[in-house]
Design a binder for this molecule. Structure first.
Ligand SMILES: Cc1ncc(COP(=O)(O)O)c(C=O)c1O
Length: 449
């Protein structure tokens, strides 16, 4: 079948024979802890498209989980990787110096909110960036406790997992985790924990931290940091009101608590600004970055003001962190994001949001549409009054979109996320919307039978 937009090409049967062979082998040898939404076995990617091992061509609205920010195999990124790989692949920035790591640190200090007086710790992943932030917050404040939020996802290493409160399956049988973390409700206004409505709620979720947590269980002077995603990612692409962050930030400052913004998913131009924190006017003490930073090459970064990063040599390090190839890929990625892609993310993001809002009027199953830039969540419900989560329908919709050539992923219990590479065009957006709408109408029709 030739799909809409002309560039999609999907065979009669998915998965094809080659894909089935690889999946069988995967089932035998690869950890079954991974969560594959559908049987896609990837051969190559270019720009917005993914070709599978049977020659099917899909439109990618996942970016390899918000990671391939400049699209698949952007020629400038490939050129930088190839050039650097021919010169130096690894020497370990923890024990030696090399220019690409220093250049990237300087660049990150410049493009993150606040003054440039910052330092950067390099790891290889989001979890490692969070782990570093966790350790630095304890080291700097000499305090033990942390506050994080329900619905948050910060990674799966033990420190990061202690902060994560997304799905029980991610924690089951892994206890005891790192002691000292307490969770509070996030500003998830569509399903307010307190059954209140913004703005009349007066941001009860922040007041609760002061009035209940700090009064009854956690002395605020024992809290090292509040760790928060500016926009919740895995938890459902939840965009809080601006005051949630500004008040949380003020609360943190009042008690000498560090404000750690986890921008692993929301950062690097995805929301139409370099960091999502900028939408809320926040200058975090510590910022964690990964995913979109290097167009798919592994690098995680923890950026902190120099006054906070006061640990001594030997206190933290990572052999592979900030390897030269990843750093060069990151430098080119940042150029591309700053020069054109951030603006494109804002423009196409707004277009997608408006079109999805229109679709919401037609399709009862859409309970909520929210997002900033190309971080868009569509929450699906069985009933708009009761807001009963349409979780099974969500799986069906993602599966059918795959069969029609559109790659999507879910988030939260019952939301679909649109997180295309930042190179997405208006034509790509229209193609994705028309497949999505076709599938919504199919699923709604079935519900009516
Ligand atoms: C906000 C956030 N923080 C941290 C992580 C963990 O990143 P990684 O999977 O690279 O360890 C993720 C991954 O989805 C994330 O979305």
């Amino acid at each position: 079948m030739k799909g809409k937009g002309g560039f999609l090409s999907i065979g009669k049967k998915l998965p094809g024979s080659e894909a089935r062979m690889w999946i069988k082998k995967d089932n035998r040898f690869v950890s079954q802890s991974y969560t594959r939404a559908y049987p896609l076995v990837v051969k190559r990617g270019k720009g917005m498209t993914i070709e599978d091992v049977d020659g099917n061509i899909f439109l990618d609205f996942t970016s390899g989980i918000a990671t391939c920010s400049t699209g698949h195999c952007h020629p400038s990124v490939v050129e930088a990787i190839t050039r650097q790989a021919g010169e130096l692949i690894h020497m370990s920035g923890t024990d030696f110096y090399y220019p690409s790591q220093i250049k990237l640190a300087e660049r990150l200090a410049k493009i993150t909110p606040g003054n440039r007086n910052k330092r950067v710790f390099f790891g290889n992943s989001g979890a490692e960036a969070i782990e570093a932030a966790f350790k630095l917050a304890r080291y700097h404040t000499k305090r033990e406790m942390f506050i994080a939020f329900y619905g948050s996802f910060h990674g799966r290493t033990m420190g990061a997992l202690s902060l994560t409160a997304s799905k029980a399956v991610q924690r089951r049988y892994f206890n005891p985790l790192i002691p000292g973390v307490r969770h509070a409700p996030y500003a998830y206004c569509y399903r307010c924990h307190y059954n209140l409505t913004y703005p009349g709620c007066d941001i009860e979720c922040v007041k609760w931290i002061r009035d209940v947590l700090f009064t009854n269980t956690i002395p605020p002077e024992e809290v090292a940091a509040i760790v928060v995603e500016p926009i919740q990612g895995e938890g459902g692409y939840v965009v809080p009101p601006k005051e949630f962050h500004t008040r949380l930030y003020s609360l943190a400052k009042e008690f000498g608590i560090l404000y750690i913004a986890d921008e692993v998913q929301s950062g690097m131009g995805r929301t139409g600004k370099m960091l999502a924190s900028e939408h809320f006017g926040i200058k975090p003490d510590i910022i964690t970055l990964a995913k979109g930073i290097a167009s798919g090459m592994p690098v995680g970064a923890m950026v902190a003001s120099s006054g906070i990063m006061d640990w001594i040599p030997g206190s933290h390090a990572s052999t592979f962190g900030g390897n030269p190839v990843s750093c060069e890929a990151a430098l080119v990625t940042i150029d591309l994001i700053q020069n054109e892609l951030m603006e494109n993310a804002a423009e196409i993001g707004e277009y997608l949001l408006n079109r999805l809002e229109e679709m919401k009027k037609e399709y009862e199953i859409i309970g909520d549409v929210r997002g900033k830039g190309l971080m868009i969540g569509i929450e699906l419900v069985r009933d708009r009054e009761t807001k009963e989560p349409a979780d099974k329908e969500r799986e069906k919709i993602i599966q059918r979109c795959f069969e029609k050539g559109l790659l999507l992923l879910g988030c939260g219990k019952n939301s679909v996320r649109f997180m295309p590479p930042l190179v997405v065009s208006r034509i790509d957006a229209d193609t994705a919307l028309s497949i999505f709408e076709e599938v919504l109408s199919e699923v709604e029709k079935k519900r009516c039978l």
